[in-house]
Design a protein. Sequence first.
Length: 421
Amino acid sequence: MRRLRDVLTTRGRSFVAAGATLALSGMVLGFSDLTRCGVLLVSLPVVSGLLMRRHSLRLALERSPRPSRVAIDEPAIVTVGIENRAPTKTPLLMAEEQLDYALGDRPRFVVPPLRAGERCSVTYTVRSHIRGRHRLGPLGVRLRDPFGLTSRVGAVSGSGELIVLPRIEPLGSGRPPGNGIGAEGAIPHMVALHGEDDVSVREYRDGDDLRRIHWPATARTGDLMVRQEDRPARRRAVILLDSRASAHRGSGSASSFEWAVTAAASISAHLIHQRYAVHLATAETVEDSQVAAPLEYEQMLDVLAVAQTGRDQDLSEVLHSAHPVTGAGGLVVAILAGLTGDQARQVAALRQPGGVGLAMILDTDTFNGGRGPRNDVSEITQAAAEVLHNAGWSALGVPAGRSVATVWGSLSSSSTPAGVR
C-alpha cells in the first residue's frame, strides 16, 4: 500500500478513490453503468503506472564545475552532461540536483526526451559562504504519465565535488621579525674543520643548547663553539593550528575555529609570498604525515579548506610532529584557543633559541554571542600569553571582533610584545 501511495500522484489517488466509490455505489444501487465508470477510473491509474515501468532510464552523467576550487562567496558554474544509454527514447523528465545545504537551494530543470545515445547539457550556479569540500549530486529524476496520474522517482548515480577555499585577508607587505637559524639575518660565521667529524660550527651564544657544544672546535680555537645547522636556502616558517573542539566556541563563519582557519590561511599565503618555506602543523597534516614537507600555495589552501575540529589529543600530536621541523630554527606562528598555562609551556618549547615565535591566543568565550569588538580578554588567556612572553615569544590574546590583519600587525611589529594590545 505504501508503494502504491508513492507511485500515485494526488490526481491519481483522487481517481482511485472516486472510482472505488462509484463502483461500490453502482453495485449497491444496481446501476451497472455507474459501476463501469468506477472500474474505468480505477483502471486508468493502474494502466498508466504499468506503461511508466517500460522506461529503463539508463542515464549517464558527467559534472564539470568551473572553477572546481572557489573562494568563499565566489560563484561556480556547474555543467551537467546527461546521456541516454537505453535503446529507447526517454520521456520528458523533471530533474533535481542534490546538493550540500551550504551550496544553497537545489536546482531544478527539465530534461527533454532523448533518443538512444543522445546527449544534452544543463547548467546551474552555486556559491557557498562556508569553506569545505561540498558534494554535488546525485541527480534525482521524476517522470509522469501524460494524464498526471502516476509518477516515478529515481536517482542517477554519480556525484562530484566543489572545494570552497578558506577566506584570505591581505596582511600588507611587511615582513615578520627574523633572526637566528633559518630566519632572515646575517649568515653566521662558519669554520671548516678536517676529518670525518667535519661539521659547520659557530661561536657560542647565550641561550644555545649546551648539548650542541663542539668540543674539538672549542679546543682548537680556544673559544666555546657549537654545532651549526646548515642555513636553509629558504627561510622556514611553521604555522600551527589548534583544532580542539573543546577549546573553540561559536558556530558557522563567526566561530573561533573559522577565525583561526582564516588566520592560518592568511598568514601562510603572506609568508609564501615572502618566499618562506611554510610547514602546516594541523591535525590533517599530522594524519597524512605532511608536517615535515613545506607546502605550496595551492596545497596549503586544500588542507585548510577541509580542516575540522577534533579531539583534545590532537594538540599534543601536532606539537610532537612539529618539534622536528622547528628544531632547525626559523619562524613559528601558533594560532591557539582556550590555552591553559601548562599547554602554553608545551607550545613555548617549539621556539628554538635565536628563533622567532608568534602566538595568537583566542579568547574563545568572547566568540559565543556574536558581540562586537572587545579590548579585554580573560585572565586565563592573559596568563597563557604571559607564559609564552616569558619564554621569548611574541604573544597576543585575541577577543572576538579583531581582524587577522590587525592582530598580525601587532605581533609582527615587535619581536617580544606581551599580553594584550
